[in-house]
Design a protein around this ligand. Structure first.
Ligand SMILES: NC(=O)c1ccc[n+]([C@@H]2O[C@H](COP(=O)([O-])OP(=O)(O)OC[C@H]3O[C@@H](n4cnc5c(N)ncnc54)[C@H](O)[C@@H]3O)[C@@H](O)[C@H]2O)c1
Length: 393
């Protein structure tokens, strides 16, 4: 979802963001109406004022559970510009100044993927709840240590993505739980585009198409089919050097092409692919994608998610009883991918729990590191982590 390669992508992206904001505003006003007067807003600081902050900040600014008190970016002009745009009183050039400055209780971390782990740790040590863009940490072990730290300090830690919160995910989970597909056998999911063109971290150690893109499909498929027992993968670099806007030519050191096989146990096998070399006629406008990007098949039925799992358009279902494919769950019901931190704020204020859990986010992180190990060794890799499944709604 994150490319600004061409003018048409910029336009598509703007149109998409506008649609998302309208949806976000609807969610916010529904919530506001339900709460006649908001009992409490959580004092929130946002670190990282780059590309994705343009999607998060409008939602946070309208969220009835959030008081935006400070912004931070090591490129101070970015923090200053966003503070002016969203009328946030305080902005800082680094986390130390932010933590020592205007008090707040909840940090939203939107920085480079490789920065999350140490910033999330600093925030937890300082007593802040944390919502982190993906990944929460650079390794399963480091992520589990962050979770222990959070538990010790009675703090909450969550990570993107939130695909399991969509009504389309709920429909698929319910259909599987009802046994409508018979004996579930196989699943496939894919997500790719031509790659972000604004920041090198996507292509450096700790980056790659798996933590940036495959993470959505991995969250959806583990959410639907359960934690993974074994992983086998082939990864490659298709474009070893790239020209980034304002950065010149960079070397690509992490995979930009990934094929991963997942064994979910009970005989269920899935296959996920992602890449930064995928031509896509719809660019990154999620609403433009009308193909199935996640499919699940069993002895008695087929499920196909229409569009991307981060911006789903509906679910097609065919079963032995009703072999004519029928479309379901076409209403987003207020779900938008950029509302994760706002949902976390709602949870902190009202206690309304999310389906998103840090345990699942860390399981997905372990799948990604196992895929890298499988590529290096040619082996099939056993996983150690799990999360509570099936996911109840
Ligand atoms: N861009 C998107 O549309 C999009 C969508 C979904 C998720 N994401 C995720 O959001 C995260 C950020 O991506 P992005 O595209 O916004 O990147 P970006 O490069 O546009 O923005 C990252 C910002 O973080 C700042 N930063 C880096 N290290 C910092 C530090 N230690 N302290 C303070 N600020 C720091 C950078 O200066 C930059 O302004 C990534 O995890 C990415 O996977 C991005």
């Amino acid at each position: 979802m994150n490319s600004r390669h061409t003018d048409s992508h910029v336009l598509n992206r703007r149109a998409f963001t506008k649609a998302a904001l309208l949806a976000g505003a609807a969610v916010a006003s529904d919530a506001a109406a339900a709460l006649a007067e908001s009992p409490k807003r959580i004092r929130t600081g946002v670190i990282g004022c780059g590309s994705v902050s343009h999607s998060y900040l409008p939602v946070l600014a309208q969220c009835p559970y959030v008081e935006l008190v400070s912004l931070c970016d090591i490129r101070p002009e970015r923090a200053r510009n966003q503070a002016e745009r969203f009328k946030v009183a305080h902005h800082y050039p680094h986390i130390e100044a932010m933590l020592a400055g205007e008090p707040f209780d909840f940090l939203v971390d939107l920085t480079d993927m490789q920065e999350h782990e140490h910033l999330n740790r600093q925030a937890l040590v300082a007593g802040k709840h944390v919502w982190s863009e993906k990944p929460i940490a650079n390794s399963l072990q480091a992520g589990q240590e962050l979770l222990r730290l959070a538990a010790e300090k009675k703090l909450r830690l969550w990570g993107a993505p939130i695909t399991v919160q969509s009504p389309q995910f709920a429909f698929m989970a319910r259909t599987l739980a009802q046994g409508a597909l018979g004996r579930v056998a196989a699943a496939h999911a894919h997500y790719g585009h031509e790659g972000p063109n604004w920041s090198p971290f996507f292509y450096e150690k700790g980056g790659g198409s798996m933590p940036d893109l495959m993470v959505y499909n991995l969250t959806t498929l583990t959410g639907l089919l359960g934690p993974v027992k074994h992983v086998a993968a082939m990864l490659s670099i298709v474009t070893p050097e790239r020209d980034l806007t304002g950065k010149g030519r960079i070397k690509v050191t992490e995979e930009d092409n990934a094929m991963v096989l997942l064994d979910h146990g009970r005989g269920v096998i899935s296959h996920v692919q992602s890449g930064f070399n995928y031509f896509n006629p719809h660019g990154h406008d999620g609403s433009g994608e009308r193909q199935h990007t996640v499919t699940i098949v069993g002895s008695g039925g087929f499920l196909g998610l229409v569009g991307y799992d981060w911006a789903p358009q509906g679910v097609d279902l065919a079963t032995q009883k009703q072999p004519q494919m029928k479309r379901h769950a076409t209403d987003a019901e207020g779900y938008i991918w950029q509302q994760g931190a706002a949902l976390a704020a709602e949870c902190l204020v009202t206690g309304r729990e999310l389906l998103v859990t840090p345990e699942q986010a860390l399981h997905v992180l372990e799948i990604i590191t196992a895929a890298r190990k499988s590529q290096e060794t040619g082996q099939r890799i056993a996983l150690t982590s799990a999360f509570r499944w099936p996911m109840a709604r």
